[in-house]
Design a protein around this ligand. Structure first.
Ligand SMILES: CSCCC(=O)C(=O)COP(=O)(O)O
Ligand SMILES: [Zn+2]
Length: 207
């Protein structure tokens, strides 16, 4: 595991910002270090220009344990990262972005999940089936983010998701992975799938 993953987070954030998936201050990225704590983007930072002091290191319980800039507060959505790391102890990175498509597809849901199309890209998310019937969980967007985190914990304690990703209604996508490298990959794959879903609707393709 990387003992200081901030450079990976800076590089990914710049890339996602350039792609329009972390416009302005939107989104937050985190990655764990050896003692189980994690570096997370400080709240309200412009995601195209992060530096090493735009992060806060917090414990799994959410206490700030290292802060390079006293003006920093941890991301307002830190409780979601805490929930993910508690639910999936092998997860080493958790990335959350706000693309237009990630918001749009949450309006195409059935109940509390989005049906994913049976396309090849699912293999990149670990689904190796001939005719996959896979869903991505969708959660309500509460102003009180700790309520979103609690609903994630409650649902995933009951049953684990098909893919390492979740959506928040009209908000964005969150992925988790065993490395920062894989988390970046998962964001790219989920974004591709969301673009595909939107495009398929436009041309009348139904799976
Ligand atoms: C302008 S985005 C609104 C807040 C949000 O959803 C987000 O992802 C960024 O919040 P943070 O506190 O991590 O900057
Ligand atoms: Zn967000």
């Amino acid at each position: 595991m990387n003992s200081d993953p901030r450079q990976d987070l800076i590089t990914a954030s710049r890339q996602f910002y350039q792609l329009g998936w972390m416009a302005g201050t939107a989104g937050n990225l985190s990655a764990r270090v050896d003692d189980g704590s994690f570096w997370i983007t400080a709240s309200g930072k412009q995601k195209g220009k992060l530096t090493g002091s735009d992060f806060v290191r917090v414990s799994l319980q959410g206490e700030v344990i290292e802060n390079p800039n006293l003006g920093n507060r941890p991301s307002a959505e830190t409780s979601i990262h805490q929930a993910v790391y508690s639910l999936f102890p092998d997860a080493k990175a958790c990335y959350h972005v706000h693309s237009v498509e990630a918001k749009l597809v949450t309006n195409f849901t059935e109940g509390d999940h989005l049906n994913l199309p049976p396309i090849e890209m699912l293999k990149g998310l670990g689904v190796w089936e001939e005719h996959p019937k896979v869903v991505m969980p969708v959660f309500k967007n509460h102003l009180d983010v700790s309520k979103i985190a609690k609903e994630i914990s409650d649902r995933f304690q009951q049953s684990k998701p098909d893919v390492p990703a979740l959506l928040i209604k009209n908000h964005g996508v969150t992925v988790w992975a065993n490395s920062a490298f894989d988390a970046e990959n998962y964001i790219e794959l989920t974004e591709y799938i969301f673009r595909y879903i939107v495009a398929a609707r436009q041309v009348g393709v139904h799976h």
